[in-house]
Design a protein around this ligand. Structure first.
Ligand code: C2E
Ligand code: MG
Ligand code: MG
Ligand code: MG
Length: 280
C-alpha cells in the first residue's frame, strides 16, 4: 500500500494516485457494460471434509474485460457496491449459481452445501428478499433450496440489526436458506451482536489460517476461534488452507470443513466437475 501522505502529513496528489483514481473510474465505467456484454462468470471453489470428500462449494465472481483483462473481485465488488450496480450484479450471480446447482444435481453431483457471497448493500436493498424468493422458486425445488448458504460479512451489523435478523429468519423459515459469517474475525463487530444473528456457520478468515506456522500467537488465536464456534454450536469452515501443516493443525483442533489452495483454487464450472469426479 502506497501512503497518500507527504513528509509533513500533507496530502500529496502524486502520479501513482492519479493512476489509481483513473483506474477506479475506468472500472466504474466499464462495469456498467459487464453484464450486457456477458463478461461476468462464476468460479467454484471446493470445500472438503475431514475425509477429503468434496461436501460443498463457494461460488466466486469473475470479471473478464477486453480492455482491463481479469479484474479481481476485491477491485470490482467494492465499486459495484458504491455505485449500486451490486443489486443487478448480485441478482445475476444468484441466478447463475442457482442454475449451476440444479445442473450439477441433474448430473449426479451431490453437495451438502452451495455457498454464495452476498454483499451488505445487496442484502439490505428493499427488493433483496423478493428477488431471492422469485429466483429460488424459479430454479430450485425444496431439496436443492436446503443446500443454499448465503455468506455475509460482519459489516452487516452496522445496519439495522433487527431488520437483518428478520430477513435472515424469513429466508430460513420459508426457503431453507442458511447463513454463514464470512471473513470471521476481521470486522469490528462485538461478539454479543454476532451471537444474535441466526447463523449456521463461521468462516475463519484466511488471515488467521495464514498465521499458523508463521506467528507465535497464531495457533492460540485459531484454536480460540474454533473453540468459540464450538460453544456457539456453529459449523466452521477454514478458508485459505494452503499447506499440510495448516490442515493438520485445523484438524487436530476440531475443524470440519476446509477450503483453500491446498486442495484446489476456485475452478471454472467444467473443471470443478472434473475435480469432483476425480475425488468423490
Ligand atoms: P471471500 O468470500 O472471503 O472468498 C475467498 C477468497 O479467497 C477468494 O478470492 C478465493 O479465491 C481466495 N482463496 C481461496 N483459497 C485461497 C488460498 O488458499 N490462498 C489464498 N491466498 N487465497 C485463497 P476472490 O475470488 O478474489 O474473492 C475475493 C472476495 O471478493 C471474496 O472473499 C468476497 O468477499 C468477494 N466476492 C467474490 N465473489 C463475490 C460475489 O459473487 N459477490 C460478492 N458480494 N462478493 C464476492
Ligand atoms: Mg466468501
Ligand atoms: Mg471469506
Ligand atoms: Mg476472506
Amino acid at each position: 500500500e502506497v501512503k497518500a501522505q507527504g513528509r509533513d502529513g500533507v496530502f500529496m496528489f502524486n502520479e501513482d494516485m492519479a493512476a489509481r483514481v483513473e483506474s477506479r473510474l475506468e472500472i466504474e465505467r466499464l462495469l456498467h457494460f459487464a453484464l450486457p456484454n456477458d463478461e461476468i462468470s462464476l468460479d467454484y471453489q471446493p470445500q472438503l471434509d475431514r475425509a477429503g470428500r468434496i461436501v460443498g462449494v463457494e461460488a466466486l465472481a469473475r470479471w473478464n474485460n477486453a480492455t482491463l483483462g481479469a479484474v479481481a473481485p476485491a477491485q470490482f465488488i467494492p465499486v459495484a457496491e458504491q455505485t449500486g450496480l451490486i443489486v443487478e450484479l448480485g441478482k445475476y450471480i444468484l441466478e447463475r449459481a442457482f442454475m449451476t446447482l440444479r445442473e450439477w444435481h441433474e448430473a449426479g453431483i451431490e453437495l451438502e452445501q452451495f455457498s454464495i457471497n452476498i454483499s451488505m448493500r445487496q442484502f439490505t436493498h428493499h427488493d433483496f428478499e423478493a428477488q431471492v424468493r422469485e429466483l429460488v422458486q424459479r430454479h430450485l425445488d425444496a431439496q436443492l433450496r436446503s443446500k443454499l448458504v448465503f455468506e455475509i460479512t460482519e459489516s452487516i451489523v452496522a445496519e439495522d440489526i433487527n431488520r437483518v435478523i428478520e430477513i435472515m429468519q424469513r429466508l430460513t423459515a420459508t426457503l431453507g436458506i442458511r447463513f454463514s459469517m464470512d471473513d470471521f474475525g476481521t470486522g469490528y463487530s462485538s461478539l454479543s451482536y454476532l451471537t444474535r444473528l441466526p447463523l449456521d456457520e463461521l468462516k475463519i478468515d484466511r488471515a488467521f489460517v495464514c498465521t499458523l506456522g508463521r506467528q507465535e500467537e497464531g495457533p492460540a488465536m485459531v484454536a480460540t476461534i474454533l473453540n468459540m464456534a464450538d460453544v456457539l454450536k456453529l459449523k466452521i469452515v477454514a478458508e485459505g488452507v494452503e499447506t499440510a501443516q495448516q490442515l493438520d493443525f485445523l484438524m487436530r483442533h476440531g475443524c470440519t470443513v476446509f477450503q483453500g489452495y491446498y486442495y484446489s483454487a476456485p475452478l471454472p464450472k467444467d473443471r470443478f466437475v472434473e475435480f469432483f469426479r476425480s475425488r468423490n
